[in-house]
Write a protein that binds this ligand. Structure first.
Ligand code: MCN
Ligand code: CUM
Length: 783
């Protein structure tokens, strides 16, 4: 039974998630649920070496193994001009290795068999003769002149990928020259992985009679995938039908096109039957889009009273073997230049250098807002370093430097125009809700007793909603998004959007937006996403862009429907169009409030009784290219206690005040915040993908790469302020990534604050208990 929530005017209400009755009862349809007649299974052979020349591949024994139908190698693909594919970052990536392998677990060959077990068994029979080459895992070593060159396919004989900068170098230097106070801190954001519950996978189904490829794939961006596949495969775009069924978590992992997809399509083209490929957990962690791996150095120039003047940032970005970051094309370091954050710096200069290493390729993913997680963590960490240097309370330092409410729209020194915010109000609410003054008193008492309690603040500014199309594109395609609404004769609606949710609740929130515009209930509106044959073109769900872009399209599309509906209403009410007013629920006659027709009446008339000469039907499509991004923000405060015996950090309290403008569904927003905080907590305390000197991945599964359970997860307290976006059709800003962008700094600041009596100024994530334990022991604290 479906949920019934017939409430009208659903905007801003916590109505139950329409998708949950399906998903919670196991009635979802995920990629591995798709079973087609005559379907075969594909498995991928991966490299045990991080860097090696391939002398020879012998697949004859595998080909002769039971059930095996096909083996594909890089050489086979080279014959079809498919051995390499383009990445979104403008680089190229090997589909199956030719010549050499560049990271451990790189795709070397694919086997297709009648069963998955047969395919896996046959992988063992493929003989590959590797000649190991020197390995580079440290991006700084990769930049040294005598480092081995990894990408022999490139003209440029160096491991340096790109240099990118933003801001004003001279002005920043000048401010640094005269500054009375300068702080400097090296900060590493470790390599992490979004690790969604459902790994990546696909079913490729090529019909040789129709020439049509139906491609089922766990995708956050089905339309973009169709375009890329058309460009890579040479199949006409209308002959590719991409279907992204229920997605079991994406977190950015399901934005890129992966080699396995191309291999499955090639296999289906060759064999004429459907081919399924589903990753294992290890394949997902070791080869698909990782996140972060930023080595950052930040300096702040300030006055003695704490007023900040300038910010200087230098970063080395480790992209692994191929730059497969899923950033907008003109932004090799994503939106990292938002690094001045919530503070009114006079000037800033930011540089990023991208580097190849023998590691898995990437890397933009994991609730990252295109590198805003790194930027936000850096500035929030370094503001605390400055506070400590000046012996100033970190809340006070922030309040002194915030961009003030009356400065919006605010032009940042790196070129962004922040739309709106009230940072002071948000922080004050968080301070008051958590009882900041009392906590500081408690901390002082505990310090006197030799106990380690810490309070960490993070007041972040996010930047989400890419477009606008004039600045943001992916391989030339402008980053707008779309909605199409069809109102049927009985007033029931099907709406399709160009985005594709992975658990964010679009089936509910977008139904709320459209129902609000049409005077219906959310139950009357069915939301469909993920099918390129039916949905209007859109760029997909990532970077918290769905609400800012497709949400805007949904509202404006609803208003477009209303324009036609008003004409029909005038006809039904037998008055002129100008005398018809929309009161939020129905069309009424000016001055005659008793006379009205509802959207349901109008819908029926649209198919039965339209005014003379009017086209029948009631539907509309809207492509919305936003005028600017939206700038959600928040104030997070963590309180931690450290166990001196074990070094374990207990997060005693966590207060998150978010401002994402007008809220469509408060419960869903709270759920997004809980989820993102849990991931931020995991990043701060549990997650890292290290490599040894030979390039072996040391966290290739959930035994070594830790995912938090409900037992690890702290209790989250949430609240909100509302500063509507002035340019968004319903005043909403995105929120999905805010908690992950904002929270790591709050956790780390709290731990550093706890240990500051020992002189600790910084600890790199993840803060495992052993790190804290070692610091305590180094300082002679032994309990
Ligand atoms: N919302 C709202 N009011 C607002 C803003 C948002 O009610 N003012 C609602 C939206 O309508 C939507 C949800 O909150 O239902 C998230 O909206 P938005 O911030 O627009 O983000 P997206 O829908 O574009 O989701 C993307 C974002 C990203 S980039 C990652 S990564 C992430 C995240 O969402 N991955 C997720 N949250 C996730 N949640 C789940 N369950 N699974 C993932 O894979
Ligand atoms: Cu960068 S993770 Mo989200 O944008 O899909």
């Amino acid at each position: 039974m479906a949920l019934q929530q017939t409430e009208l005017r659903p905007m801003g209400k916590s109505i139950g998630r329409k998708e949950d009755p399906r998903l919670i009862r196991g009635k979802g349809r995920y990629i591995d649920d798709i079973m087609l007649p005559n379907m075969l299974y594909m498995c991928v052979l991966r490299s045990p070496y991080a860097h090696a020349r391939i002398r020879r591949i012998d697949a004859s024994a595998a080909l002769a193994a039971p059930g095996v139908k096909l083996v594909i190698t890089g050489e086979d693909l080279a014959g079809m001009n498919l051995a390499w594919m383009p990445t979104m970052a403008g680089d190229t990536q090997m589909v199956l290795a030719t010549g050499k392998v560049l990271f451990q677990y790189q795709e070397v060959a694919a086997v297709v068999a009648e069963t998955r077990a047969q395919a896996e068994d046959a992988l063992q029979l493929i003989e590959v003769d590797y000649e190991p080459l020197p390995v580079v895992v440290d991006p700084f070593k990769a930049l040294e002149p005598d480092a081995p060159i990894l990408r022999e396919d490139k003209e440029k004989k160096s491991n340096h990928i790109f240099h990118w900068e933003a801001g004003d170098r001279e002005q920043t230097e000048a401010l640094f020259r005269d500054a009375p106070v300068i702080v400097k801190q090296d900060v590493r954001f470790p390599r992490v992985h979004p690790s969604p519950l459902e790994p990546c996978g696909c079913v490729a189904d090529y019909n040789s009679a129709t020439g049509r490829l139906t491609f089922y794939v766990t995708s956050q961006a089905p339309h973009a995938h169709r375009t890329v596949l058309a460009m890579v495969s040479g199949l006409p775009e209308h002959q590719i039908h991409v279907i992204s069924p229920d997605v079991g978590g994406g977190f950015g992992n399901k934005v890129p096109v992966y080699p396995g997809y191309v291999c499955a399509i090639v296999a289906s083209l060759k064999l004429g039957v459907p081919v399924k490929w589903i990753e294992t957990r290890t394949e997902n962690i070791t080869s698909t889009n990782f996140a972060r791996d930023y080595h950052m150095t930040a300096e702040i120039a300030a006055r003695e009273d704490g007023r900040v003047l300038a910010l200087r940032v230098k970063t080395v970005a480790d992209h692994g073997a191929f730059d497969a970051a899923a950033d907008p094309s003109k932004f090799p370091a994503g939106l990292f230049s938002i690094v001045t954050g919530s503070y009114d710096f006079r000037s800033a200069f930011v540089e990023v250098d991208g580097v190849y290493t023998n590691k898995a390729p990437g890397g933009v993913a994991y609730r990252c807002s295109f590198r805003v997680t790194e930027a936000s963590y850096l500035i929030e960490r370094v503001m605390d370093v400055l506070a400590r240097r000046l012996q100033m309370d970190p809340a006070e330092l922030r309040l002194r430097n915030f961009i003030r409410k009356d400065q919006f729209p605010y032009h940042s020194p790196t070129g962004w125009v922040y739309d709106s915010g009230d940072y002071e109000k948000t922080l004050n609410l968080a301070l008051q809700r958590i009882g900041y003054a009392e906590l500081r008193k408690e901390q002082a008492e505990k310090r006197a007793r030799g106990e380690f309690m810490g309070i960490g603040i993070s007041t972040f500014t996010e930047i989400v909603g890419a477009g606008p199309g004039h600045t943001f594109d992916i391989m030339g395609i402008k980053m707008f998004d779309s909605a199409q609404i069809r109102v049927h004769p009985t007033g029931k609606v099907i709406a399709r959007l160009g985005v594709r949710h992975q658990g964010q609740g679009h089936e509910t929130t977008f139904a709320q937006i459209i129902a609000e515009e049409l005077g219906l209930s959310a139950d009357d509106v069915l939301i469909e996403e993920g099918d390129t044959d039916t949905a209007p073109y859109g760029l997909g769900t990532y970077a918290s862009r769905s609400t800012p872009t497709a949400g805007g399209a949904a509202a404006l599309c609803g208003r477009r429907i209303r324009e036609k509906a008003r004409k029909i209403a005038a006809h039904l009410l037998e008055v002129g169009e100008d005398d018809v007013i929309w009161d939020g629920l129905a069309f009424t006659v000016k001055g005659l409030p008793g006379r009205s027709v509802s959207m349901k009446d109008v819908a029926f008339a649209a198919y039965t009784n339209v005014p003379e000469g009017m086209e029948p039907g009631l539907e509309a499509t809207y492509y919305y290219d936003p005028p600017n991004l939206t700038f959600p923000n928040g104030a997070y405060i963590a309180v931690v206690d450290i166990d001196k015996g074990t070094g374990a950090v207990k997060v005693r309290r966590f207060m998150a005040v978010d401002d994402c403008g007008n809220v469509i569904n408060p419960m869903i927003v709270e759920g997004q915040v809980h989820g993102g905080l849990t991931e931020g907590f995991a990043i701060a305390f549990m997650q890292d993908i290290p490599y040894d000197a030979d390039g072996n991945c040391l966290a290739p599964n959930w035994m070594d790469y830790l995912v938090p359970t409900s037992l690890d997860t702290p209790h989250w307290e949430t609240d909100r302020t509302v500063t509507p976006s002035p340019h968004h059709p319903i005043g909403a800003k995105g929120v999905g990534e805010s908690p992950n962008v904002g929270s790591p700094a709050a956790f780390v600041n709290a731990v550093v604050d706890a240990l500051s009596p020992l002189g600790v100024e910084h600890i790199d994530m993840p803060i495992f208990p052993w790190k804290v334990w070692s610091i305590l022991r180094e300082h002679g604290i032994d309990e």
